[in-house]
Design a binder for this molecule. Structure first.
Ligand code: ADP
Ligand code: ADP
Length: 773
């Protein structure tokens, strides 16, 4: 609270009374646009503004009439999970002309709409920027033409515009992720996974074309996520002779017992002479040079289709709310802005600069996120001959600890390959520390981890066993195998393990080696990191299931679903999953509740059901309250809802832990593990003296986590103070800030911390901004 008081802004003081906001989607559609529209409408209504849909993009604004329609709370119900855009999008030639924009201005003035939320790609936002720059001139013209009077011109003298980037290409400078990109990656990876199984059986080569005329982001990131053999993107035209180079790589990979090859080509791929590289050309090449059975798949609009991923829904919902806040705070002197995400933090960027960057065609390679992906891809994709590799003579062991989480295998693969490239001998440990003290430790090679990125669960095997009781035996194994460094991948237990080993350094010199842990758990309850590997996959599983459960009731009477999620005491999955699934209420341990809360929640839902809303969704984290169990809540809602709605209960259970890893988890695991191994190499060098490794300082037993915008190595012992060991959660959790959003969007009055938002940031932030940094 104190923090909020310090700043000028207080959420409770923000009022949209008397304001009108128009929301439109324009240009190419993208999954998640509906979530953004929903958030704008609900947040707008929440603060007392009037919100208007502008159907069919700028065309609707130019044409007016029924295209501009006031939105209600209920009118955006059940659209969160729908792909595309419900309010329609179009390309509008007229808006490109002055006459078109004049007509559009007239339509807005007629309705007193002076706040616009534009959701679209760079074209749409360029148009928006122009429109705002011309606004006062347009009003003058309208007055001169007698279409509006002076008073109307006065009353509408300021046009405020906020943009949200909806584009599957992720081709916008200044933003980490655009709305739709994550979902498009989901579609691509689903196809690649499916193709992999058939290619596996027939020993085939697949050439896959993905969207991206000017931007290779989708191609590059999906190549990283599936461990493709080769990728071709517009930003990186290959040098002459690439054909031979590629064929050589393909045949080497085959020789390495790989039964299939995947080549990913961005739509706009070119060679260094600006000549397009087509999928057919590649196919002919592979067939004529290598004689491999080769097929071409062009993904096309599949990538824009389907339901939005959990991340896109959350991103779009957050952006929608931020957009309304930005509009409320806008004045004539503040420039139009784009709301966007940097790391996991919402930011505002000046629209004009963003647009100029894109139109000046600053190569997107310079965007941080792009570069980071590119470097990791390069690191992992080219296998040099052993004789060309350096030899560090260090041995590094990798193990999984705790419950399996999707993306663990991608992390192990990446660690093994980067380790080998750094010249280390890599050792795989089976079954966590139990396997460790039993000596289940074996060298693991480049080829052993082929195809691991897409595999769910833990291939190494994982156990919850903590090392404290087996220190002597573990130390013995370290000596036997001459292990010089440890990489532990796992959840809260992995953190405890590392702490125990660190503390045992005083009694066992064998533990005086560099040790690093990577957070991997669906619960996302590890201190020192905002996100852990596996949480995204789990969120998607929860959201998909909620969609299905909600759909199961269509055509029946009003129904409320009570759904229990995992997470131990950590409410991340329930809270953030609830935001993505459009929950009415979420019960988490972090936000204590009593019988009065339960009662008012039931009443709230009953009221909503009377307004025509058919379905209710209530999420409950498994340990949210010892006595108010899922059964109790189910029975309470059943009894109190009698006559208005009926109830069903679902405990999601282990489906949250299984499944193929999401594109994000594959790449997060891959990138974070690469970084960890590079750190280990550095620490090994620093601590190698007189023929042995000796590392006993705090900074040689670290957790690598994502903190806001940066990746940070943090000594585990320093994280102790930040940890609530009894409940196995960090004492502070960033996502609790998002919890009120879910409530606002579910029509609850609540408070929302707006102290962080507001400042406009410069567009180019170079290396320092990124989660990668
Ligand atoms: P996207 O927004 O997905 O990049 P487009 O480039 O097709 O898609 O732009 C969508 C619409 O935005 C166009 O049909 C047009 O109405 C408007 N628009 C695009 N560029 C401009 C511009 N330079 N001036 C005015 N309007 C524009
Ligand atoms: P990098 O992490 O290398 O910058 P990415 O392109 O993979 O590049 O992602 C950019 C940022 O967007 C990440 O740092 C992360 O904060 C965020 N992000 C993207 N996808 C997801 C997701 N599915 N879940 C959570 N965060 C995501």
């Amino acid at each position: 609270m104190a923090k909020q008081q310090d700043t000028k802004k207080l959420f409770e003081d923000l009022s949209g009374a008397g304001k009108s906001i128009g929301v439109l989607t324009s240009g190419g559609d993208a999954q998640g646009m509906n979530a953004a529209v929903r958030a704008v409408v609900r947040m707008g209504i929440y603060v007392g503004a009037k919100v208007y849909f502008i159907h069919e993009g700028y065309q609707g604004m130019v044409d007016g009439g029924d295209n501009i329609e006031e939105a209600s709370w209920e009118s955006v119900s059940s659209m969160l999970q729908v792909g595309g855009t419900v309010i329609g999008s179009a390309r509008c030639k007229e808006f490109r002309s002055h006459e078109g924009r004049l007509k559009a201005a007239h339509q807005l003035v007629l309705r007193g709409i002076t706040n616009l939320c534009v959701i679209g790609g760079d074209g749409s936002l360029t148009g928006a920027n122009l429109f705002r720059e011309e606004w006062s001139g347009l009003l003058e013209e309208l007055v001169q033409q007698g279409l509006i009077d002076e008073e109307a011109a006065q009353n509408n003298s300021e046009l405020h515009i906020v943009g949200m980037v909806g584009s599957i290409d992720n081709d916008f400078c200044g933003t980490d992720m655009t709305i739709g990109t994550d979902s498009a990656l989901h579609r691509i990876i689903e196809v690649v996974d499916a193709i992999m199984t058939t290619a596996q059986s027939h020993q085939r080569t697949f050439v896959l074309e993905v969207m991206g005329r000017h931007c290779g982001y989708l191609a590059l990131v999906s190549a990283l996520a599936c461990g493709a053999d080769w990728v071709l993107i517009p930003e990186m035209p290959p040098e002459d002779g690439w054909e031979e180079h590629m064929c050589q790589k393909l045949s080497e990979n085959r020789a390495d017992k790989k039964r299939l090859n995947i080549i990913i080509v961005a739509e706009g791929a070119i060679d260094c002479h600006n000549k397009p590289i087509t999928t057919n050309h590649i196919k002919e090449l592979v067939v004529s040079c290598l004689g491999f059975d080769t097929r071409v798949t062009i993904l096309g609009h599949v990538q824009r289709g389907g339901t939005p991923s959990a991340f896109d829904r959350i991103l779009a919902s957050r952006m929608g709310v931020e957009a309304v806040l930005a509009l409320l705070e806008a004045s004539d002197s503040t420039p139009a802005c784009v709301v966007s995400l940097c790391g996991n933090q919402a930011v505002r960027l000046p629209l004009m600069e963003c647009v100029q960057m894109v139109s000046a065609y600053v190569s997107l390679i310079f965007c941080r996120s792009f570069e980071n992906n590119l470097n990791t891809y390069k690191l992992l994709s080219y296998h040099k001959a052993d004789s060309e590799l350096p030899n560090s003579s260090f041995n590094v062991a990798v193990l999984n600890v705790g419950a399996p989480a999707a993306g663990m295998n991608a992390a192990v693969r990446s660690a093994v390959r980067v380790g080998i490239k750094e010249g280390h001998k890599m050792f795989a440990v089976n079954d966590g520390f139990e396997g460790f003290y039993n000596g289940q430790i074996k060298e693991i090679t480049w080829g052993d981890v082929a195809g691991w990125t897409g595999q769910g669960g833990s291939i190494l095997g994982t156990k919850r066993t903590l090392p404290a009781k087996h220190l002597d035996k573990i130390a013995e194994q370290i000596r036997i195998h001459n292990i010089n460094a440890l990489l532990v991948i796992g959840g809260f237990e992995a953190f405890e393990c590392l702490l125990q080993l660190y503390e045992a350094r005083t009694s066992h010199e064998d533990f005086c080696i560099p040790m690093c842990m990577l957070p991997a758990t669906i619960s996302n309850n590890v201190p020192g990191t905002d996100l852990s590997i596996g949480a995204d996959t789990s969120l998607n599983a929860i959201v998909e299931t909620c969609d299905r459960i909600k759909q199961s009731a269509s055509g029946t009477k009003r129904r409320v679903f009570i759904i229990e999620t995992m997470g131990g005491y950590c409410g991340y999955l329930a809270s953030v999953g609830g935001l993505a699934a459009g929950a009415d209420t979420v019960y988490i341990y972090e936000e204590p509740f009593d019988i009065r809360d339960l009662q008012s929640n039931v009443e709230h839902l009953t009221e909503k059901m009377k307004t025509g809303i058919q379905r209710g969704l209530v999420l409950r984290n498994e340990n949210s309250n010892e006595n108010f169990t899922t059964d109790f809540i189910y029975q309470l809602y059943s009894e109190e809802g009698k006559g208005v709605f009926d109830c069903r209960k679902n405990v999601l259970g282990h489906m949250q832990q299984g499944g193929a890893p999401s594109p994000f988890d594959r790449n997060f695991g891959t990138k974070i593990a690469a970084k960890a191994i590079q750190w280990i190499s550095r620490k090994l060098k620093e601590s190698y003296k007189d023929g042995k490794v000796f590392a006993n300082t705090e900074d040689t037993a670290c957790l690598l986590g994502m903190r806001r915008r940066t990746m940070a190595f943090q000594p585990v012992v320093q994280l102790k103070d930040e940890t609530d060991f009894a409940h196995r959660i960090p004492k502070e959790q960033w996502w609790l800030k998002l919890h009120p959003l879910m409530k606002i969007l579910a029509k609850y009055k609540t408070s929302y911390d707006v102290s962080d938002s507001g400042q406009l940031e410069p567009v180019t932030r170079g290396g320092e901004s990124g989660a990668a940094g």
